[in-house]
Write a protein that binds this ligand. Sequence first.
Ligand SMILES: *[C@@H]1O[C@H](CO)[C@@H](O)[C@H](O)[C@H]1NC(C)=O
Length: 390
Amino acid sequence: MLRGWILCLLVAFAYTEDEHNIRKRQAPDFIDFVYNILDGMPLSSCFQCPWIQSTIDCCHFLPLGGPEWQTTRCSPGLAWNPDVCNCDYPENVPLCNPGRDCISLQEPGVPLQTPTPAPSCPLNLAEDECCLPRVGQFYKKINLTHYRINNGLIQGCPPGQEFSEFDCCCEGHAVLPNPCKFWTFDRKVGEEYIDIKQQTYGQSIRAEIGIGVDDEGKGLHMNPNTMMTIPFFAGAHLGKKFSIAIWVKSDSNNIGSAVISNGNRLNDPTVLLIMVGNSIAGGIATQDEEFMDALDLPLTSMGGDGWHFVAMVYNDPILSFYIDDQPAIQYRNGGPILSNYCQLNIGGVLFPELNVDNLGICDFDWTEAQVAEFQSTKNIPTDQQFTVRG
Ligand SMILES: *[C@@H]1O[C@H](CO)[C@@H](O)[C@H](O)[C@H]1NC(C)=O
């Protein structure tokens, strides 16, 4: 019964293929299926929004818990959207019409305006501000290396890079001493969830250390609703070059697991790997792609039950998927990977259980040879120094 259902789902997938063998778009059934899985992720998989709507009107917000004098107004034409913890276009905020509900937007002496469509970006940007109209991301430069998105948390550029208000992104040539994070899960007891390259903190939410890849050594074992969460990635700028790889143990009885995700029912993921049976699906959501969702690869068979290697490499605009020894599968995205307030979560929703090992994440795009090298040696490529451009 169950198998039959998975099979139906598989044949229902459709994708188009253009002459460059660059594929895109998922069947609506599959999108629903994936979002149903993510709906089961706990609310704690995404940080609580540090701001709330003000009592003044739905175009003002203030820090959660005050103080009130820090109340801030959204840019003209935008409304406060608590779901995304940002000022947003009114069409995304059904309960707020800035032209009607936000009288306080009126400047003294200016007649009440009839509601007009939201501007694509705030008008009158200051010199240290810029805005990406397509996604409504509004940046304010704090200093050479730091900026805010949509009046949110201060974020820093990757080491060595500087924020450009002209290009509206972090850029510059930088030599990163340690561009990778690598969780082998092999460290001494109590430190298994910390990456071995940058000491990035990963937290076990009732996950366990179990058997590793090829059933040797140590790996990460998760029962239903347990996960490892990596707070570093909440709000992080993942940029235009990014690589992530992991080994997963598949099982034909698996009815749907979030393997890697940064979303839940309130937040769309921007990095995603979903496993169903022995198949894997996922992708990244980027700023300029036609469909800004994290579904690029439809469910794709990895073979039989057991350990499989999966890597996603993004080099704007091309996303490449590597599954075991299959040829790379490529998708066209475009622009930097979108940020959100969710941690990067490994596991979280699954049945019956999930085993993963050797999670590697780098700030640069791996070559095909580096992917193969990581797959065969299980050493993350950090030997060279990499020049990156945000
Ligand atoms: C830039 O601002 C950030 C955040 O306020 C701060 O941590 C950092 O030290 C500042 N850098 C410089 C060079 O002033």
